[in-house]
Design a protein around this ligand. Structure first.
Ligand code: GLY
Length: 582
């Protein structure tokens, strides 16, 4: 039986308009109902993040009286300093918030947007061919950053502590430095040529033009000054005044097209998340311009329809076949329909409706793969970062942040310390031609001035009467299917560490192949999938870096798990009033 219908209607109204502080509001909120007979307060607070320094900062901020939203500001800012290859104040992201007091879920959209001088053929040459690398490397690849505005917005509207206090750990780490780890070295090696091309980036992230040795201390004094300006002046510290001028001058001197107007007119947008149901779980996830929530609700809807039609999967190959076929269809719709909802019509209600999912599921042959179009390409990119936070009041944050490719565009405008993103590659530079993740896009995601590029980032809450799961992961185009695996594992139950460690497989419509990590598919399963017409490709590397917090309300427990593929840390701290309780 399909269970989505009641959740498609927003619970409260929508307020459109532009607030005095330049923040655009679109606050159609949904209300998550938690079982009233269980405690509304978790027995502990928890953070799971991709770097130990970020987890420690989040816990310290909550221990100092901050809530989950203050912790999210601190964690985001620290990740911007110590994981420069994944996210940063030169990039953007989506912060999914849940306010325990009123049960409200909302998404802070701090996604980058195209400069106002951008146009649909920005990366094409005179003969209409894509200029290789132009949307990935250097300042022309950079969208207008959203992370500084989002952090200020979260602190001002949802936090309890002054912004300066939440940014303090990041400022200290930028000034005093952090040691280079293995992941840093791998990412810097991958992007070495691009980093070398920007003198300010090379000085900040390389050692005499080479990948720094393990343990080398990376100090970012210019970045510390920019973070201090944001701490003191709020958004004006980044989007106006001398820092904005230095950013624009640096970009334009190196061939980019930013203007001061691009920065001063940037707005954070509050959006209603996408909400759906699977079995007796509610799924709350990212709204467009992310494709994550729509695709997750579609995939879960198709799975439920298949279960209703065919019963439970009869074998491991049958289980994988169903998952692959629902992934294929969701990614096809992603390419066809999704883009910036403020600039194109995105049929969210139709795409997330259970009848639509049931219709798609009817086209799934239970024994044979349905071929995608014959267009193949590579799909790479262990970029981006995710963290999950729960405070002792039950407020929670699931946030996925990015500068796109490792070390983003590789470009730092001189004297700013701000590494710029290359998120412009998430547009479809040429409809039908794949981007760096092998994703094809259509007209809905064509480049236009001021438009937000389509994303796969999928910060998610999965809640039942008795449990709250906060999860997400980096991983480019594979993010959405990894979150799907995470949700299904959480619903299955067991040890959260196993949910984040489990080997993964992925299909994204094009290329028409199942990409799988070692151990994800047993030999017999692989043989049966090939017999059903699937093409298989073993992944060259692990993918994903899931960070997850679970509040088991029935068991009165909070647990957190950090993906063993990364160097992250999960921490749980019992709240003082319940310390010593059984
Ligand atoms: N840059 C990766 C994403 O937003 O999906």
């Amino acid at each position: 039986m399909l269970l989505f219908a009641s959740l498609l209607t927003p619970v409260s109204g929508m307020v459109d308009g532009l607030a005095a502080d330049g923040v655009s509001f679109d606050t159609q909120v949904s209300l998550t109902q938690l079982s009233p007979h269980l405690s509304p307060h978790p027995p502990a607070m928890a953070v799971a993040a991709a770097h130990p320094a970020a987890t420690d900062a989040g816990i310290a901020i909550m221990a100092a009286g901050g809530n989950a939203f203050d912790a999210a500001v601190a964690v985001s800012a620290v990740l911007a300093v110590v994981e420069p290859y994944s996210s940063g104040i030169g990039g953007g992201g989506f912060w999914l918030l849940h306010q325990a007091g009123n049960g409200r879920d909302l998404m802070i959209d701090g996604r980058e947007r195209a400069p106002l001088a951008a146009h649909r053929d920005l990366y094409l040459d005179a003969s209409g061919e894509l200029i290789v690398g132009a949307s990935l490397n250097g300042p022309l690849a950079a969208g207008i950053p959203g992370e500084p505005a989002a952090l200020v917005h979260i602190a001002e509207h949802y936090g309890r502590l002054p912004l300066a206090k939440s940014l303090a750990p990041a400022i200290r780490l930028a000034r005093e430095g952090f040691p280079v780890d293995e992941i840093y070295r791998r990412m810097a090696a991958w992007r070495l040529q691009v980093l070398r091309a920007s003198p300010a980036a090379a000085a900040q992230f390389l050692d005499d033009g080479e990948v720094p040795e393990l343990g080398t201390i990376i100090r970012q004094p210019d970045l510390a000054l920019v973070l201090e300006a944001i701490a003191a002046q709020g958004r004006a510290g980044f989007y106006a005044g001398p820092i904005a001028k230095a950013l624009v001058d640096g970009v334009r001197a190196a061939g980019g097209i930013w203007t001061l107007d691009d920065l001063s007119s940037y707005q954070v947008i509050e959006r209603a998340p996408i909400v759906g149901r699977y079995q007796d779980w509610e799924i709350v996830s990212a709204a467009p311009p992310s494709s994550g929530g729509v695709a997750l609700v579609q995939m879960l809807g198709m799975l439920e329809a298949l279960e209703a039609r065919l019963g439970p999967a009869s074998s491991d190959a049958d289980r994988v076949h169903r998952l692959v076929e629902v992934m294929r269809r969701a990614y096809r719709d992603r390419a066809l329909y999704l883009g910036d909802p403020d600039q194109v019509e995105v049929p969210v209600e139709r795409l997330t409706h259970p009848f639509y999912a049931a219709g798609l599921a009817r086209g799934i042959d239970p024994t044979q793969a349905s071929p995608s179009l014959p267009l193949a390409t590579e799909s790479e990119g262990p970029d981006t970062t995710h963290f999950s936070v729960l405070d002792a009041e039950g407020n929670r944050v699931s946030a996925t942040l990015s500068i796109n490719y490792p070390f983003g565009s590789g470009f730092v405008p001189p004297a700013t310390g701000v590494l710029l993103n290359d998120e412009m590659d998430d547009f479809s530079a040429q409809p039908g031609v794949p981007n760096a993740y092998g994703l094809v896009g259509g007209e809905a995601n064509a480049i236009a001035p001021g438009k937000r590029m389509l994303s796969s980032m999928s910060p998610t809450f999965a809640t039942s009467d008795e449990a709250v799961v906060i999860l997400g992961t980096p991983g480019g185009s594979r993010i959405i299917t990894m979150v799907l695996h995470g949700i299904l594992a959480a619903i299955e139950g067991g040890d959260p560490q196993d949910w984040v460690a489990a080997p993964r497989f992925h299909h994204q419509y094009l290329p028409d192949e199942i990409l799988f990590e070692a151990d994800a598919l047993q030999a017999a399963t692989q043989r049966e999938l090939v017999d059903r017409g699937h093409r298989l490709r073993p992944a060259a590397n692990d993918f994903g870096n899931m960070q997850l917090v679970v509040w088991d309300r029935a068991g009165g427990r909070v647990e957190a798990a950090s993906d063993p593929r990364g160097i992250g840390k999960a921490a749980v701290r019992v709240r003082p009033s319940s310390a010593g309780a059984p």
